[in-house]
Design a protein around this ligand. Sequence first.
Ligand code: NAD
Ligand code: TYD
Length: 343
Amino acid sequence: MKLLITGAAGFIGSNFVFYSLDKHPDYKIVGYDALTYAGNLETLKPAMENSNFKFVKGDISDRESVFDLFEKEQFDLVINFAAESHVDRSIEDPGVFLQTNVIGTQVLMDAFRKFGGIRYHQVSTDEVYGDLPLDNPHAFFTETTPITASSPYSASKAAADLLVMAYHRTYQIPVTISRCSNNYGPYQFPEKLIPLMIARALEDKSLPVYGTGENVRDWLYVEDHCRAIDQIIHNGEVGEIFNIGGHNERTNLEVVKTLLNLLNKPQSLIHFVADRKGHDLRYAIDPSKIHSELGWLPTTNFEEGMKKTINWYLENREWWEKIISGEYQEYYKKMYGGGYADL
Ligand code: NAD
Ligand code: TYD
């Protein structure tokens, strides 16, 4: 089997490369990534030592580069992780989200259509369902929940999902889509909630919580997500959409407090800041379809996953400290207005 993993130098893509090399030692894997601010080739260093893995730098919306790659490699499975993925950045600059997330998906599907393969899998997000109210804990996203995106990021992911299903119906492309809840774990870029808060707490800096901190996210350890995708691409029925989540709902404030407790840092580091524009209230996945059809269940609970994640960030300081210096500093100042003395 030959796999194409796009977005391989990002958070979930790199974890999926490691998972697949380990689980399928007979597979050949090509990682393709444009190495945007979120892509880090250093992350893939251990994979580069494996002769079954090869990295190619390129943009998924670059038709010529993608078609050349497909023609040369003749992939069996294509898994598209590549995306602009940060909601806050999409609020600042939506254009690149449409280019990568929508046009990039179209280019990959066109290449798949031309050169063939066993399966095209689109890695999507629960954010395409919009949000749920805070006062109804019995409401969950199912695969038939209508698409109601709130941010330019989620709108671009929703558009890509619609395109994938349209290509399936029109051109009989063998596709699957997975829509996962918020991930956390090793190699997550330190501008997302959990790694941002770990990195700042370790340096005794203030922790910026948006609004009241009451917004709820449904957290999944990244390895559980990788295992779910692996099961879908091998055993999931073509043309189907699968929600992935593990009933690990927490308010943002609960997440931050848990982190502070585990790091033995004071709660006084918490600072409430202006709310995100259009901030989704609650995400919560109903994962019963993937459980009943593929037998998938998460294996890492939130407390255990948080401990593993904190340990990883403690043991790999060099990885995130390099990122935090440089370009990211500028981004951070712009987003948070430089209103903190410790920035
Ligand atoms: P990430 O931002 O860490 O990584 C994205 C990767 O894509 C980076 O390596 C980046 O360089 C690459 N990339 C960006 N634009 C590209 C382009 N035009 N061509 C080629 N490569 C490009 O994101 P992530 O958190 O790893 O998310 C991966 C996928 O999973 C995304 O599709 C995202 O929508 C989805 N997802 C993420 C989460 C989450 O909590 N992180 C949850 C559900 C779904
Ligand atoms: P994030 O990690 O950006 O993921 P998403 O927006 O895709 O859910 O944010 C998770 C939650 O944490 C979200 O409700 C916004 C909130 N948040 C903060 O309160 N402060 C921060 O500095 C960041 C980055 C996020």
